[in-house]
Write a protein that binds this ligand. Structure first.
Ligand SMILES: [Zn+2]
Ligand SMILES: [Zn+2]
Length: 360
């Protein structure tokens, strides 16, 4: 029996081995016809971490009638999303349960069990635990994929910042003396003195709350970024963002004699990269007692608004220009490196596909 292609009506359908299943594939348009059960079996055979795929029974949203006719039953097929969180469109015949996928969807359909497993983590709901944590600490809870390797540089930076603070932070005289030598003042840098403070100020903190807040955010975004960049590149970019932050603060007020300290500028740079590469992640935001998962884009937009407001109200003691400068540097680096980072991190690239929809 000759079968007509549901995709392009050509009659050049050939039997084709697709992950161990003999399926009919169109020689003209490259689409594949799966009979009842064949798609489940092919995806179970494929190397995607799931040996018992049940995708045919768990299709996503019904999108209405398809323009295509079933190759066997000569009836109109129905249009569906492959899964709710992975909106690949395919056609299904309700009479014979056959499934049609287009050529450009092949790879995506094969990797769908991987996406499903990752989404199970990313879609996790906020719980009493996450609520209590944020209510007490005022810090967001992160939902993201786990790094493949131990984030050694992130741990090293955490340890350095904490140990350095512990060495002087509980003694006023010592703090004064350390700040005199290692905190950054715009006026010093402009006049060419104490230039090492461009680097050293990033490892000092004014008080325990300042340190704890910075270290928490460094831990939240640092582990995933270090994993996606590799250790040395991560460290280099962290320092580069810190320098960009210092430059922004100096440019904003070159004559200032106020000491600037803190890792905030460098960490703000990490925020910029994180929101561009981890759009599938979520950070919780709490308004008084109401907690909500937000995309990194939304979360850091709110963070930026707070910094711009702080700048306009000219609050003392917080280097708002450094935050904004570091953040912009991170966004620029994030944009420039996105292609490379996606290329070397297939899982990130997969989660960055527009068809992936995270539930928040
Ligand atoms: Zn065709
Ligand atoms: Zn049919």
């Amino acid at each position: 029996m000759t079968m007509k292609c549901p995709g392009c009506s050509s009659i050049q359908m050939k039997v084709y081995d697709f992950h161990g299943e003999e399926v009919d594939s169109c020689q003209a348009c490259g689409g594949i016809w799966f009979e009842n059960g064949e798609l489940n079996r092919a995806l179970s055979n494929a190397d995607n971490g799931d040996d018992c795929v049940r995708v045919e029974e768990t299709l996503g949203q019904h999108l209405g009638h398809s323009k295509r006719q079933c190759a066997h039953c000569d009836c109109t097929m129905e249009h569906y999303h492959l899964m709710d969180g992975y909106q690949i469109e395919l056609d299904v015949c309700h009479t014979c349960s056959g499934v049609w996928i287009d050529e450009h969807e092949r790879t995506k359909v094969v990797q769908s069990p991987k996406v499903k497993a990752l989404l199970a983590e990313l879609d996790a709901k906020i719980s009493t635990k996450t609520w209590l944590f944020q209510f007490l600490s005022q810090m967001p809870v992160e939902f993201n994929i786990k790094p493949k390797r131990q984030p050694s540089i992130t741990y090293l930076l955490l340890a350095l910042n904490i140990c350095i603070f512990a060495a002087y932070g509980f003694d006023f005289e010592m703090t004064d003396s350390v700040f005199d030598h290692f905190a950054m003042r715009a006026s010093d840098i402009v006049s060419g003195t104490h230039t090492w403070t461009l680097l050293s100020h990033m490892f000092l903190h004014g008080d325990l709350i300042h340190l704890a807040g910075n270290m928490y955010f460094l831990y939240v975004v640092g582990d995933n970024l270090e994993d996606s960049l590799g250790r040395l590149r991560f460290l280099g970019l962290y320092l580069l963002c810190g320098l960009a932050a210092a430059a922004a603060q100096i440019a904003a007020d070159p004559t200032s004699g106020i000491y600037m300290v803190g890792a905030s500028g460098a960490i703000a740079g990490l925020f910029g990269m994180y929101l561009l590469w981890f759009r599938h992640a979520s950070l919780t935001f709490m308004f008084v007692v109401y907690q909500k998962k937000l995309s990194p884009m939304a979360f850091f937009a709110i963070w930026l608004v707070f910094n711009i407001l702080g700048l306009m109200m000219a609050g003392e003691g917080v280097a708002y220009w450094a935050h904004i400068g570091g953040f912009v540097a991170g966004l620029i680096i994030g944009t420039l490196l996105k292609g490379k980072v996606m290329e070397s991190n297939p899982i990130l690239a997969m989660l960055n596909e527009p068809e992936v929809k995270v539930t928040r």
